[in-house]
Design a protein around this ligand. Structure first.
Ligand code: HEC
Length: 140
């Protein structure tokens, strides 16, 4: 038992050396998405931590294993849609992403794990409606 505990501690120390750092790349402000104020407020409050180059990085993001999950969410999130470089997407890409955003706010986004730690990021019905209307997509 004593050994098991020691091993766990060693393991936790060892994984701290595995790099998993979230960085915010410098981005031309002109590439950022442009949307009405109330939409921007929602995106910034509920989506930007994973879908922009302006991630607010919490202290626990530098501690493994939390760092692995956070890094993964941000990497994947930015890959799917990065609001900081929205203007660099082609019209076709933008249209596709708007469709995905429309669907994502039903229940998938923001990620449930994230909401547990960021309660005020959970979208209200009203906020969902604002985002959906802004995407210009039709209900499905
Ligand atoms: C905690 C990080 C996080 C937050 C916050 C977050 N997302 Fe995501 N988002 C992800 C990840 C990770 C994926 C990739 C999911 C996958 O590969 O299954 C994703 C995928 C998406 C996709 C691609 C399609 C899909 O549904 O998988 C869209 C669109 C999207 N997010 C929109 C949003 C919007 C809009 C918000 C804010 C209301 C938001 N996300 C908040 C992490 C996040």
């Amino acid at each position: 038992m004593k050994y098991a505990l020691g091993l766990i501690v060693l393991f936790l120390i060892a994984i701290q050396f595995i790099p998993a750092k979230v960085v915010n790349p410098k981005t031309d402000k002109n590439l950022e998405i442009k949307a009405p104020k109330e939409v921007m407020r929602i995106l910034k409050n509920s989506c930007y931590d994973c879908h922009s180059n302006e991630t607010k990085i919490p202290w626990y993001a530098s501690i493994a294993p939390a760092s692995f999950f956070i890094k993964r969410h941000v990497d994947l999130g930015r890959e799917w849609v990065n609001f900081s470089i929205w203007q660099s997407y082609s019209p076709k890409e933008k249209d596709k992403k708007l469709g995905e955003i429309y669907k994502s706010v039903y229940h998938a986004m923001p990620l449930p794990d994230y909401i547990k730690l960021h309660k005020n990021a959970k979208l209200t019905q009203k906020q969902k409606q604002i985002v959906r209307e802004w995407t210009g997509k039709i209900p499905y």
